[in-house]
Write a protein that binds this ligand. Structure first.
Ligand code: C5P
Length: 226
């Protein structure tokens, strides 16, 4: 059954990994499954939002009612995010964006070199997509929610990232906990958000990503309404 077009706030979400080409047949990437971002998209639709999902390459079906834009590289994701963000009320950066890309992707397949046992790749920094969205002028800046995967001092690093990237809210997870996070169906998180007087936080216990996503979207939409 088709969902009626929503009149709710426009929510733009990035999800999944990015792929950074080395040559026409090889790339650098990471193990992001996209599950958390897709769960956020489904949760936002369920809570009445109009949702655009900017997705890196993942093997997941598009949630009902979601407009999906497929990208491969961080540069492509950056282009789509900056095109759509000024129209959004809420931007959630859940993608595991590669920090670097090849400085000069080869036009033809790289050949194995017979005269050397080493190969040196030069990488250059990718744009920080969420930081650029958060730096948009006030009249076109959505509320911005980021993610932080940490292995220690979760709260401190998350608060640092919230400030450094000028985010409104951050979802921090402890990726050192077995069975949670990357590739898993479950996750736990610490939510930190700005208020007029400082930072508030809430700890979400281990739970299915679909359920955690509902709590994150609910908190973000609450911030949007204050
Ligand atoms: O700095 P770090 O990669 O830990 O920050 C994670 C957050 O920043 C996530 O919300 C991620 O989607 C976003 N990010 C981004 N563009 C990048 C790197 C990270 O939007 N190039």
């Amino acid at each position: 059954r088709a969902l009626a077009p929503s009149r709710g706030p426009h929510v733009v979400i990035t999800a999944g990994p990015t792929r950074e080409a080395l040559d026409p047949v090889r790339y650098l990437s990471n193990h992001s499954s996209g599950k958390m971002g897709y769960a956020l998209a489904a949760a936002a639709v369920a809570q009445g939002a109009r949702v655009t999902l900017i997705s890196g390459p993942v093997g997941l079906p598009t949630p009902q009612g979601v407009t999906r834009i497929d990208v491969e590289s961080a540069v492509q994701m950056h282009t789509e995010a900056l095109r759509l963000a000024p129209d959004a009320a809420l931007f959630i950066g859940c993608a595991a964006v590669a920090d670097y890309r090849s400085a000069s992707p080869a036009e033809h397949k790289l050949k194995k070199q017979e005269d050397s046992d080493t190969l040196t790749l030069t990488l250059i920094k990718n744009p920080d997509i969420i930081a650029e969205v958060a730096a948009l002028p006030a009249d076109s800046r959505p509320l911005v929610v980021g993610f932080a995967a940490e292995t220690q001092q979760i709260e401190r690093y998350a608060a640092d990232k919230l400030a450094r990237k000028n985010l409104d809210m951050i979802v921090a997870n402890d990726v050192s906990q077995a069975g949670l996070g990357f590739g898993s169906d479950e996750n736990a998180a610490l939510l930190l958000w700005r208020t007029a007087t400082g930072i508030e936080q809430r700890s979400e216990p281990p739970q299915p990503k679909t359920q955690l996503a509902q709590g994150i979207v609910r908190q973000a939409l609450t911030l949007l309404s204050v």
